[in-house]
Ligand binder design. Structure first.
Ligand code: NAD
Ligand code: ZN
Length: 387
């Protein structure tokens, strides 16, 4: 089959790879009908994530049709249409029992590798390094889904792939980031970033009762989408001082709840693309967005971090975080917890997640699509690919 494979920084290729096969009784094989590129994939594309190997198949946002199941997948039948969560979870460990699926204790076969750097291993993720399982991803024609009796969400509605696909990651991720911000009705919520995750965080903040949502980025079409379709007030961090503007908007208090939907590859104002890496350490994990958030947040406020970090971050303003009594919640999304209720919001007509799509491509053209999404050229906000 054809799949998008990783060969090093800025080097991804569509190649022939072996077809996936059932390996365990709880596996299913899915024929992919739609797959997307995520900001998390860019951390792999830009070489920030350890544990990658040449030839790894990327992709963790996908849906499709069941073509084969192992002997212990009673919930799925051949021909079923499913959206697959990017977190792989067994459904029966201590963490899965608490709905903390991205912390599953059993799904990462390389848990030792992750535990060595982080103390404990989170769950395996599709197409996201050998440290997080070495499980081939879904930017491919077919994919093997482990624990298919727990993960895939069966969709029987006649909604299009484009309307349902983002249940695989960014809609639940934006939603959990708003839940993690502990929004109290009327709160002013500031969201750093206007990328795909941020756009869903903005909408979710409104659903959870925010009184005001402010979104920060520098890419004009992303700011426009947040403002015109998301109802947020926006700040272009290259044109305005974010701290001064946010304090002016909140009578000096600062926003009550702050969401970091930027992560490791934050830019500074006036910081050209070439300066994304720290010139001294070579590390690209910048505390730029998170530190600005800590400075701006109201004393006693809450920070939510859906943004992914791949390494320790020097210069993190722990001093201000502590002295301002800020609370922090974070994590890869506990997907299986949020997919069913968020499917209902789509079926009830409360949201049509396809609003985010700017580019529709063939999987064969995935390398070009990565380049456009990474450089944010051609107005690219979200790419959907079909095999
Ligand atoms: P994206 O790269 O498309 O969006 C990031 C946005 O942040 C861009 O629009 C960029 O211009 C903006 N930005 C950069 N520096 C900034 C700054 N200093 N202030 C404000 N905005 C700034 O990515 P995305 O798909 O929206 O994902 C966002 C983050 O969420 C990534 O780190 C991704 O890995 C992470 N993510 C996490 C989960 C999870 O489960 N926690 C799931 C999906 C994605
Ligand atoms: Zn993703």
């Amino acid at each position: 089959m054809k799949a998008l494979t990783w060969h090093g920084t800025h080097d991804v290729r569509v190649e022939n790879v072996a077809d996936p096969e059932i390996q365990e009784s709880r596996d299913a094989i899915i024929k992919i009908t739609a797959t997307a590129i995520c900001g998390s994939d860019l951390h792999l594309y830009n070489g920030l994530m350890g544990g990658m190997q040449e030839g790894d198949v990327l992709g963790h946002e996908f849906m499709g049709e069941v073509v084969e199941t192992g002997g212990e997948v009673p919930n799925l039948n051949k021909g079923d249409r499913v959206v697959v969560p990017f977190t792989i979870a067994c459904g029966s460990c201590f963490f899965c029992h608490q709905n903390l699926y991205s912390l599953c204790d059993n799904s990462n076969p390389n848990a030792d590798m992750a535990a060595e750097t982080m103390g404990h291993s989170p769950s395996a993720l599709f197409g996201y390094s050998h440290m997080l399982g070495g499980i081939p991803g879904g930017q491919a024609e077919y994919v093997r889904v482990p624990y298919a009796d727990v993960g895939p969400l069966k969709v029987e509605s006649d909604y299009s792939d484009e309307q349902l696909l983002f249940l695989s990651d960014i809609y639940p991720t934006g939603y959990m980031s708003a839940i993690n911000a502990d929004i109290v009705p009327g709160d002013t919520v500031a969201v750093w970033g206007c990328g795909p995750v941020a756009q869903f965080a903005i909408r979710s903040a409104w659903m959870l009762g925010a009184g005001r949502v402010v979104a920060i980025d520098r890419v004009p079409e992303r700011l426009k989408l947040a403002e015109e379709k998301g109802g947020a007030e926006v700040i272009n961090f290259e044109k305005e001082n974010v701290y001064e503007k946010l304090l002016e908007m909140t009578k000096g208090y600062g926003p009550d709840r702050c969401i970091d939907a930027v992560g490791a590859e934050a830019h500074g104002a006036g910081d050209p693309e070439a300066e994304r890496r720290d010139p001294d350490s070579g590390e690209a994990n910048h505390p730029l967005a998170i530190n600005e958030m800590i400075r701006c947040c109201r004393k006693g406020g809450h920070l939510s971090l859906p943004g992914v970090y791949t390494a320790p971050v020097d210069g993190f303003m722990l001093n201000a975080l502590m002295n301002k009594s800020l609370s922090v919640k974070s994590g890869q999304t506990h997907m299986q917890q949020y997919m069913p209720p968020l499917l209902q919001t789509i079926e009830q007509g409360l949201i049509d997640p396809s609003f985010i799509i700017t580019h529709r491509e063939k999987l064969a053209d995935a390398a070009g699509a990565y380049e456009r999404f990474n450089t944010k050229s051609d107005g690219c906000i979200k790419v959907v690919m079909t095999p």
